[in-house]
Design a protein. Structure first.
Length: 350
Protein backbone atom coordinates (compact mmCIF):
# COMPACT_ATOMS: atom_id res chain seq x y z
CA UNK A 1 0.00 0.00 0.00
CA UNK A 2 1.48 3.37 -1.01
CA UNK A 3 1.60 6.47 1.17
CA UNK A 4 -1.48 8.03 -0.45
CA UNK A 5 -3.60 4.95 0.18
CA UNK A 6 -2.29 4.63 3.74
CA UNK A 7 -3.32 8.21 4.43
CA UNK A 8 -6.75 7.57 2.92
CA UNK A 9 -7.16 4.45 5.04
CA UNK A 10 -6.27 6.43 8.18
CA UNK A 11 -8.89 9.04 7.32
CA UNK A 12 -11.52 6.39 6.65
CA UNK A 13 -10.73 4.61 9.91
CA UNK A 14 -10.92 7.90 11.80
CA UNK A 15 -14.30 8.66 10.22
CA UNK A 16 -15.60 5.25 11.27
CA UNK A 17 -14.47 5.76 14.86
CA UNK A 18 -15.86 9.30 14.89
CA UNK A 19 -19.25 8.16 13.57
CA UNK A 20 -19.45 5.29 16.07
CA UNK A 21 -18.54 7.46 19.06
CA UNK A 22 -20.90 10.20 17.91
CA UNK A 23 -23.74 7.66 17.68
CA UNK A 24 -22.99 6.19 21.11
CA UNK A 25 -22.18 9.43 22.90
CA UNK A 26 -19.94 7.55 25.35
CA UNK A 27 -18.15 4.24 24.75
CA UNK A 28 -15.04 2.21 25.50
CA UNK A 29 -12.47 1.54 22.80
CA UNK A 30 -13.45 -2.16 22.92
CA UNK A 31 -17.04 -1.26 22.07
CA UNK A 32 -15.94 1.09 19.29
CA UNK A 33 -13.78 -1.76 17.97
CA UNK A 34 -16.83 -4.03 18.00
CA UNK A 35 -18.95 -1.48 16.12
CA UNK A 36 -16.34 -0.63 13.48
CA UNK A 37 -14.57 -4.01 13.13
CA UNK A 38 -11.28 -2.15 13.57
CA UNK A 39 -8.65 -3.45 15.99
CA UNK A 40 -8.71 -2.24 19.59
CA UNK A 41 -5.21 -0.83 19.10
CA UNK A 42 -6.29 1.19 16.03
CA UNK A 43 -9.37 2.51 17.83
CA UNK A 44 -7.30 3.41 20.87
CA UNK A 45 -4.82 5.40 18.80
CA UNK A 46 -7.57 7.30 16.98
CA UNK A 47 -9.49 7.99 20.19
CA UNK A 48 -6.34 9.35 21.86
CA UNK A 49 -5.84 11.67 18.88
CA UNK A 50 -9.44 12.85 19.17
CA UNK A 51 -8.91 13.60 22.86
CA UNK A 52 -5.75 15.57 22.03
CA UNK A 53 -7.63 17.78 19.52
CA UNK A 54 -10.66 18.26 21.79
CA UNK A 55 -13.04 16.28 19.59
CA UNK A 56 -13.52 13.79 22.42
CA UNK A 57 -12.69 13.61 26.10
CA UNK A 58 -12.22 10.88 28.67
CA UNK A 59 -15.09 10.32 31.05
CA UNK A 60 -15.40 8.17 34.17
CA UNK A 61 -13.95 4.65 33.64
CA UNK A 62 -16.35 1.81 32.95
CA UNK A 63 -17.28 -0.36 35.99
CA UNK A 64 -14.58 -2.95 36.68
CA UNK A 65 -15.28 -6.69 36.56
CA UNK A 66 -12.20 -7.38 38.62
CA UNK A 67 -9.55 -6.20 36.22
CA UNK A 68 -8.33 -2.76 35.30
CA UNK A 69 -11.30 -0.40 34.58
CA UNK A 70 -11.76 0.27 30.86
CA UNK A 71 -11.28 3.83 29.65
CA UNK A 72 -14.43 5.50 28.36
CA UNK A 73 -14.57 8.23 25.76
CA UNK A 74 -17.27 10.84 25.17
CA UNK A 75 -17.79 12.70 21.89
CA UNK A 76 -17.68 16.50 22.00
CA UNK A 77 -20.59 17.57 19.74
CA UNK A 78 -19.47 21.21 19.79
CA UNK A 79 -16.03 20.45 18.35
CA UNK A 80 -17.30 21.28 14.85
CA UNK A 81 -20.25 23.56 14.13
CA UNK A 82 -21.87 24.48 10.83
CA UNK A 83 -23.62 27.67 9.75
CA UNK A 84 -26.73 27.03 7.63
CA UNK A 85 -28.29 29.97 5.77
CA UNK A 86 -31.35 29.80 3.53
CA UNK A 87 -32.97 32.44 1.35
CA UNK A 88 -36.70 31.89 0.85
CA UNK A 89 -39.68 33.65 -0.65
CA UNK A 90 -41.99 35.24 1.90
CA UNK A 91 -44.78 36.68 -0.20
CA UNK A 92 -43.26 39.23 -2.60
CA UNK A 93 -40.10 39.60 -0.49
CA UNK A 94 -37.10 37.44 0.27
CA UNK A 95 -36.29 36.30 3.79
CA UNK A 96 -33.07 35.03 5.37
CA UNK A 97 -33.12 32.20 7.93
CA UNK A 98 -30.00 30.88 9.61
CA UNK A 99 -28.93 28.29 12.15
CA UNK A 100 -25.71 27.37 13.90
CA UNK A 101 -25.80 23.63 14.57
CA UNK A 102 -23.43 21.19 16.24
CA UNK A 103 -22.42 17.69 15.17
CA UNK A 104 -25.46 15.96 16.69
CA UNK A 105 -28.00 18.46 15.41
CA UNK A 106 -28.38 20.67 18.48
CA UNK A 107 -29.29 24.21 17.44
CA UNK A 108 -26.95 26.72 19.07
CA UNK A 109 -28.48 29.79 17.44
CA UNK A 110 -31.35 30.61 15.09
CA UNK A 111 -32.06 33.93 13.38
CA UNK A 112 -34.45 35.25 10.75
CA UNK A 113 -35.22 38.51 9.02
CA UNK A 114 -35.92 40.25 5.72
CA UNK A 115 -32.98 42.22 4.29
CA UNK A 116 -33.69 45.85 3.46
CA UNK A 117 -31.95 45.71 0.12
CA UNK A 118 -30.92 43.08 -2.43
CA UNK A 119 -29.29 39.76 -1.58
CA UNK A 120 -25.66 40.51 -2.44
CA UNK A 121 -22.36 38.72 -2.03
CA UNK A 122 -21.31 41.23 0.61
CA UNK A 123 -24.46 40.54 2.64
CA UNK A 124 -23.96 36.76 2.59
CA UNK A 125 -20.26 37.03 3.42
CA UNK A 126 -20.96 39.41 6.31
CA UNK A 127 -23.61 37.11 7.77
CA UNK A 128 -21.25 34.13 7.60
CA UNK A 129 -18.31 36.14 9.02
CA UNK A 130 -20.38 37.40 11.94
CA UNK A 131 -21.60 33.89 12.72
CA UNK A 132 -18.02 32.57 12.64
CA UNK A 133 -16.97 35.38 14.98
CA UNK A 134 -19.71 34.44 17.45
CA UNK A 135 -18.92 30.72 17.11
CA UNK A 136 -15.24 30.11 16.26
CA UNK A 137 -15.87 26.34 16.03
CA UNK A 138 -17.80 26.81 12.75
CA UNK A 139 -16.03 24.74 10.10
CA UNK A 140 -18.50 24.80 7.21
CA UNK A 141 -21.15 27.05 5.69
CA UNK A 142 -24.20 25.85 3.76
CA UNK A 143 -26.35 28.27 1.73
CA UNK A 144 -29.65 27.51 0.01
CA UNK A 145 -30.84 29.80 -2.79
CA UNK A 146 -34.16 29.99 -4.72
CA UNK A 147 -32.50 29.69 -8.13
CA UNK A 148 -30.45 27.32 -10.27
CA UNK A 149 -26.95 26.69 -8.88
CA UNK A 150 -24.37 24.72 -10.86
CA UNK A 151 -21.13 23.77 -9.12
CA UNK A 152 -21.48 26.72 -6.77
CA UNK A 153 -22.20 29.22 -9.58
CA UNK A 154 -25.52 31.07 -9.33
CA UNK A 155 -27.71 31.41 -12.41
CA UNK A 156 -29.61 34.63 -11.76
CA UNK A 157 -33.34 34.18 -11.30
CA UNK A 158 -34.69 36.16 -8.34
CA UNK A 159 -31.15 37.04 -7.20
CA UNK A 160 -29.74 39.21 -10.01
CA UNK A 161 -26.91 40.56 -7.82
CA UNK A 162 -25.49 37.02 -7.64
CA UNK A 163 -25.93 36.07 -11.30
CA UNK A 164 -22.99 34.12 -12.78
CA UNK A 165 -21.07 34.51 -9.51
CA UNK A 166 -18.98 31.50 -8.35
CA UNK A 167 -20.45 32.03 -4.91
CA UNK A 168 -19.24 28.80 -3.31
CA UNK A 169 -15.62 29.17 -4.39
CA UNK A 170 -15.42 32.88 -3.59
CA UNK A 171 -16.91 32.47 -0.10
CA UNK A 172 -14.63 29.52 0.65
CA UNK A 173 -11.59 31.60 -0.27
CA UNK A 174 -12.71 34.64 1.72
CA UNK A 175 -13.89 32.74 4.80
CA UNK A 176 -11.30 29.97 4.87
CA UNK A 177 -14.11 27.45 5.47
CA UNK A 178 -15.82 24.62 3.63
CA UNK A 179 -18.72 26.22 1.72
CA UNK A 180 -21.60 24.48 0.00
CA UNK A 181 -24.14 26.41 -2.10
CA UNK A 182 -27.13 24.80 -3.79
CA UNK A 183 -30.71 25.11 -4.96
CA UNK A 184 -33.52 25.42 -2.41
CA UNK A 185 -35.49 22.49 -3.83
CA UNK A 186 -32.54 20.11 -3.56
CA UNK A 187 -32.08 21.00 0.09
CA UNK A 188 -35.82 20.85 0.84
CA UNK A 189 -36.19 17.50 -0.86
CA UNK A 190 -33.27 16.00 0.99
CA UNK A 191 -34.54 17.41 4.28
CA UNK A 192 -37.92 15.76 3.62
CA UNK A 193 -36.28 12.49 2.61
CA UNK A 194 -33.95 12.40 5.61
CA UNK A 195 -36.78 13.03 8.03
CA UNK A 196 -38.95 10.32 6.45
CA UNK A 197 -36.16 7.81 5.79
CA UNK A 198 -37.29 4.27 6.49
CA UNK A 199 -40.95 5.21 6.16
CA UNK A 200 -41.28 6.38 2.58
CA UNK A 201 -38.71 4.34 0.63
CA UNK A 202 -35.53 5.34 -1.16
CA UNK A 203 -37.23 7.32 -3.95
CA UNK A 204 -39.24 10.42 -3.05
CA UNK A 205 -40.17 13.60 -4.92
CA UNK A 206 -41.33 17.08 -3.93
CA UNK A 207 -43.40 19.47 -6.06
CA UNK A 208 -43.31 23.10 -4.95
CA UNK A 209 -45.89 25.71 -6.00
CA UNK A 210 -45.02 29.15 -4.58
CA UNK A 211 -46.72 32.44 -5.26
CA UNK A 212 -44.71 34.99 -7.26
CA UNK A 213 -42.39 32.36 -8.76
CA UNK A 214 -42.34 29.37 -11.09
CA UNK A 215 -43.07 25.86 -9.72
CA UNK A 216 -40.09 23.71 -8.79
CA UNK A 217 -39.34 20.12 -7.99
CA UNK A 218 -36.72 17.90 -6.39
CA UNK A 219 -36.16 14.18 -6.04
CA UNK A 220 -34.12 11.61 -4.18
CA UNK A 221 -33.75 8.48 -6.33
CA UNK A 222 -32.44 5.28 -4.77
CA UNK A 223 -31.13 7.31 -1.84
CA UNK A 224 -29.29 9.96 -3.89
CA UNK A 225 -30.26 13.48 -4.84
CA UNK A 226 -31.16 13.79 -8.52
CA UNK A 227 -29.22 16.68 -10.02
CA UNK A 228 -28.85 15.96 -13.73
CA UNK A 229 -25.95 16.75 -16.04
CA UNK A 230 -26.17 20.52 -15.51
CA UNK A 231 -28.13 20.70 -12.21
CA UNK A 232 -31.28 21.37 -14.25
CA UNK A 233 -33.21 18.38 -12.92
CA UNK A 234 -36.42 19.47 -11.22
CA UNK A 235 -37.14 22.54 -13.37
CA UNK A 236 -40.76 21.46 -13.92
CA UNK A 237 -41.79 24.89 -15.18
CA UNK A 238 -40.32 23.77 -18.53
CA UNK A 239 -42.70 20.80 -18.82
CA UNK A 240 -45.17 21.00 -21.76
CA UNK A 241 -48.23 22.08 -19.78
CA UNK A 242 -49.23 24.77 -22.26
CA UNK A 243 -48.01 27.68 -20.13
CA UNK A 244 -44.80 29.66 -20.07
CA UNK A 245 -42.96 30.20 -16.80
CA UNK A 246 -44.39 33.71 -16.44
CA UNK A 247 -47.88 32.39 -17.14
CA UNK A 248 -47.43 29.70 -14.49
CA UNK A 249 -46.29 32.34 -12.01
CA UNK A 250 -49.44 34.37 -12.75
CA UNK A 251 -51.65 31.27 -12.46
CA UNK A 252 -50.32 30.22 -9.06
CA UNK A 253 -50.28 33.79 -7.76
CA UNK A 254 -54.03 33.91 -8.36
CA UNK A 255 -56.73 31.81 -6.75
CA UNK A 256 -58.33 29.98 -9.66
CA UNK A 257 -58.27 26.38 -8.38
CA UNK A 258 -60.16 25.06 -11.40
CA UNK A 259 -57.19 26.05 -13.60
CA UNK A 260 -54.44 25.29 -11.08
CA UNK A 261 -55.40 21.67 -10.27
CA UNK A 262 -55.02 20.28 -13.84
CA UNK A 263 -51.55 21.85 -14.11
CA UNK A 264 -50.50 20.40 -10.76
CA UNK A 265 -51.83 17.00 -11.82
CA UNK A 266 -50.02 17.12 -15.19
CA UNK A 267 -46.72 17.92 -13.50
CA UNK A 268 -47.32 15.20 -10.92
CA UNK A 269 -48.04 12.67 -13.68
CA UNK A 270 -44.74 13.52 -15.39
CA UNK A 271 -42.77 13.16 -12.15
CA UNK A 272 -44.52 9.87 -11.30
CA UNK A 273 -43.99 8.38 -14.78
CA UNK A 274 -40.31 9.35 -14.91
CA UNK A 275 -39.21 8.68 -11.33
CA UNK A 276 -41.80 6.26 -9.87
CA UNK A 277 -41.49 7.72 -6.35
CA UNK A 278 -42.98 5.95 -3.35
CA UNK A 279 -43.96 9.32 -1.89
CA UNK A 280 -44.79 12.59 -3.66
CA UNK A 281 -44.96 15.63 -1.39
CA UNK A 282 -46.74 18.73 -2.70
CA UNK A 283 -46.14 22.09 -1.04
CA UNK A 284 -46.14 25.85 -1.47
CA UNK A 285 -48.24 28.83 -0.45
CA UNK A 286 -50.10 28.77 -3.79
CA UNK A 287 -52.02 25.60 -2.95
CA UNK A 288 -54.16 24.14 -0.18
CA UNK A 289 -54.12 20.56 1.22
CA UNK A 290 -57.70 19.85 0.10
CA UNK A 291 -56.66 20.28 -3.54
CA UNK A 292 -54.66 17.05 -3.46
CA UNK A 293 -57.73 14.81 -3.53
CA UNK A 294 -58.66 16.18 -6.95
CA UNK A 295 -55.04 15.99 -8.06
CA UNK A 296 -54.90 12.30 -7.16
CA UNK A 297 -58.15 11.58 -9.04
CA UNK A 298 -56.75 13.19 -12.18
CA UNK A 299 -53.44 11.31 -11.80
CA UNK A 300 -55.34 8.03 -11.39
CA UNK A 301 -56.95 8.64 -14.78
CA UNK A 302 -53.51 8.59 -16.39
CA UNK A 303 -51.28 6.47 -14.11
CA UNK A 304 -52.20 2.87 -13.17
CA UNK A 305 -53.31 2.70 -9.53
CA UNK A 306 -50.55 0.29 -8.49
CA UNK A 307 -47.92 2.81 -9.57
CA UNK A 308 -49.45 5.84 -7.86
CA UNK A 309 -47.31 7.03 -4.94
CA UNK A 310 -48.56 8.31 -1.63
CA UNK A 311 -49.39 11.96 -2.32
CA UNK A 312 -49.18 14.19 0.74
CA UNK A 313 -49.17 17.86 1.60
CA UNK A 314 -45.92 19.17 3.08
CA UNK A 315 -46.77 22.02 5.42
CA UNK A 316 -43.38 22.62 7.06
CA UNK A 317 -41.27 23.42 4.02
CA UNK A 318 -39.07 25.81 5.99
CA UNK A 319 -38.08 23.08 8.46
CA UNK A 320 -37.20 20.62 5.66
CA UNK A 321 -35.26 23.34 3.81
CA UNK A 322 -33.11 24.17 6.83
CA UNK A 323 -32.59 20.58 7.92
CA UNK A 324 -31.55 19.67 4.36
CA UNK A 325 -28.89 22.40 4.40
CA UNK A 326 -27.69 21.24 7.81
CA UNK A 327 -27.55 17.57 6.77
CA UNK A 328 -25.68 18.08 3.53
CA UNK A 329 -23.29 20.72 4.90
CA UNK A 330 -22.36 18.52 7.85
CA UNK A 331 -21.80 15.65 5.43
CA UNK A 332 -19.33 17.82 3.49
CA UNK A 333 -17.04 17.73 6.54
CA UNK A 334 -16.94 13.95 6.64
CA UNK A 335 -14.18 12.15 4.80
CA UNK A 336 -15.08 9.82 1.95
CA UNK A 337 -13.11 8.31 -0.89
CA UNK A 338 -15.53 9.72 -3.49
CA UNK A 339 -14.08 13.19 -4.02
CA UNK A 340 -16.90 14.60 -6.17
CA UNK A 341 -19.62 15.89 -3.82
CA UNK A 342 -22.14 15.95 -6.65
CA UNK A 343 -21.81 12.16 -6.95
CA UNK A 344 -21.36 11.21 -3.31
CA UNK A 345 -24.23 9.77 -1.35
CA UNK A 346 -25.49 12.20 1.26
CA UNK A 347 -26.29 10.22 4.36
CA UNK A 348 -28.91 11.04 6.94
CA UNK A 349 -27.83 13.50 9.62
CA UNK A 350 -31.06 14.72 11.27
Amino acid sequence: MNFHNTRQLKKLNTEQVRAALRACGTATKAWISHLTSLSIATCGTILDEMVATGEAFESEPAPSDGGRPARRFTYNPDFQLIFALVIEHSGPRLRCLSRVVNAVGDVKEERSGAPEGAITYELLRTMAEQAAHRYPAIRAVGIGLPCVVQNGVVEGGVLPALENLPLGKKLAEDLGLEVLVDNDMLFTTYGFYARQEGNCGDTVAVLYFPKNSCPGSGAVVDGQLLRGATNFAGEVSFLPVGLTCSEQTALFSGGDRAKQIPVIARMAECVIALLNPSTLAVCGDAIQPEMLGEVRVLCAGQIPEKHLPRIEYLDDVESCYLSGVVSITMESLRYRLQSDPAKSEYRRFL
